[in-house]
Design a protein around this ligand. Structure first.
Ligand code: B12
Length: 213
């Protein structure tokens, strides 16, 4: 009964039409559909289709940002600010580290994870390593995610692992992403994984929380 409505939600998301996407999401909620199902079958399906497009040469930043805005609008509707997506759902802490002010990619990575129902604590850009480690401890983070677009931020990225270890948080995985970091290896950056895209990072984190890695 709701397949057609769900398809309409996915299409409006992919068109980047946030007003229409919000209307479709509200319609599904009024029909009694649980937020989790809207996330899984609506937002995730839309992000998967965007992921497929991003692997071909027609990668379009404006399109990504518009889809991102529409997905964020629906996420904010389903999970109002300050309310964790789901009790017990895994938490990640994300930041662009000190010295780097690029945050578009970080915001996309965050949005993809929120769309999948994870709880993401966003420390913004130009974030000191110590602030990141404090938040990882406070929020009981499952993983720490760092985004880096400029080469000079690499020394900061390399400091995250030892800073976590020093605080007794050696079990927390570190995932790096962003144009400057994905040109390096995990070993060179002193992290557990370097994501090629936000979706690649999300797939790694899915496997991590399922205990497969
Ligand atoms: C937009 C932009 C800016 C904007 C940033 C706006 C913002 N709010 O982010 C502004 C104008 C502020 C800016 C400033 C500067 N910029 Co600039 N900027 C860019 C530009 C054009 C696009 C970057 C971008 O947003 N890409 C799109 C996003 C979506 O891609 P992405 O971040 O890689 O994210 C994807 C994945 O990597 C992944 N991802 C990203 N992070 C993470 C994290 C995790 C955990 C995961 C899983 C995934 C993930 O998710 C995304 C989707 O898959 C690039 C050029 C380029 N072609 O990249 C230069 C570029 C990054 N900038 C550059 C430079 C040099 C600067 C400046 C130093 C310029 C200057 N002289 O002042 C300053 C930086 C100041 C500072 N201290 O940071 C250089 C960096 C060179 C280098 N290797 O060091 C670049 C490459 C341009 C160039 N060719 O010289 N910049």
């Amino acid at each position: 009964m709701t397949d057609a409505e769900m398809k309409r939600l996915v299409e409006t998301l992919l068109e980047g039409d946030h007003t229409a996407a919000l209307a479709e999401a509200r319609r599904l909620r009024h029909m009694g559909m649980a937020p989790e199902r809207i996330v899984t079958e609506g937002l995730e399906a839309a992000m998967q289709r965007l992921d497929d497009k991003c692997t071909v040469e027609s990668f379009n930043l404006l399109e990504i940002m518009l889809v991102g805005r529409a997905v964020s609008a629906v996420v904010n509707e389903l999970y109002p600010e300050g309310v964790p997506p789901e009790q017990g759902r895994d938490t990640f802490v994300i930041a662009t580290l000190e010295g780097d002010v690029h945050d578009l990619g970080k915001n996309i990575a965050k949005m993809v994870l929120i769309g999948k129902g994870y709880r993401v604590v966003d420390l913004g850009k130009d974030c000191p390593v110590e602030t990141l480690v404090n938040a990882a401890e406070r929020e009981h983070a499952h993983a720490v995610l760092v985004s880096g677009l400029i080469t000079p931020v690499i020394p900061q990225v390399r400091k995250v692992r030892p800073a976590l270890d020093k605080r007794g948080l050696g079990g927390i995985r570190v995932v790096a992403g962003g144009a400057a970091l994905k040109q390096s290896s995990a070993e060179a950056l002193n992290v557990d994984y370097v994501a090629e895209t936000a979706f690649d990072g999300a797939r790694y984190l899915d496997r991590l929380v399922r205990g497969e890695i």
